[in-house]
Design a protein around this ligand. Structure first.
Ligand SMILES: Cc1cc2nc3c(=O)[nH]c(=O)nc-3n(C[C@H](O)[C@H](O)[C@H](O)COP(=O)(O)O)c2cc1C
Length: 159
């Protein structure tokens, strides 16, 4: 099975999950990157990111190539921002056609994933969803527990 993993990560949590997933599935990874990636902390981070969500903005992404026809299964991951996918992921989904595919979704959040999976599914019509999984700030979690959670999930969706 050919597997592609696509994710956006602002602070490294989704990156960690994508890397651990790919250590199991040995597929291709596309890390979406902001054209201007400026690290922000505390309130400034929430104001900047929350504003993007509320105003439905689409930040510019660094150029990438992605051909969904190359994969049998595509795993897509995003941080949860104000109960939504990060706008960087929305920007990708608007620019890139993914239809008629088997998809699995993951998200990282601080505790409230909201309706992020429902929202992602609405942005990806015409696909089949085979699984979804949420992680709470995995950079702060025990790696061994994380790895076994990921292994079990991969067995479910691609075993
Ligand atoms: C702008 C912004 C909004 C956020 N909104 C939420 C939220 O609604 N619910 C939640 O549980 N976590 C929220 N978080 C926390 C992140 O989802 C969480 O820290 C996640 O693990 C970050 O993933 P990353 O390190 O890959 O960027 C928010 C973080 C940011 C920066």
């Amino acid at each position: 099975m050919r597997i592609g993993v696509i994710y956006f990560s602002y602070e490294g949590n989704c990156r960690l999950i994508a890397e651990q997933i790919n250590a199991v599935v040995q597929g291709d990874v596309l890390a979406l990157q902001l054209e201007e990636h400026k690290p922000r902390k505390g309130l400034a981070k929430y104001v900047w990111g929350g504003r993007q969500v509320v105003l439905n903005q689409r930040p510019a992404l660094k150029p990438y190539t992605f051909d969904s026809t190359a994969y049998d299964l595509i795993i897509i991951g995003t941080p949860v921002w104000a109960g939504s996918p990060a706008p960087a992921l929305d920007a990708f989904l608007e620019q890139t056609r993914i239809a008629g595919k088997k998809l699995a979704l993951f998200c990282c959040c601080a505790g409230g994933k909201g309706k992020v999976f429902d929202k992602l599914k609405k942005r990806l019509p015409g696909n089949t969803f085979v699984g979804e999984i949420a992680f709470i700030n995995p950079l702060k979690q025990d790696t061994e527990a994380l790895v076994s959670k990921i292994r079990l999930w991969i067995e479910e969706i691609a075993g």
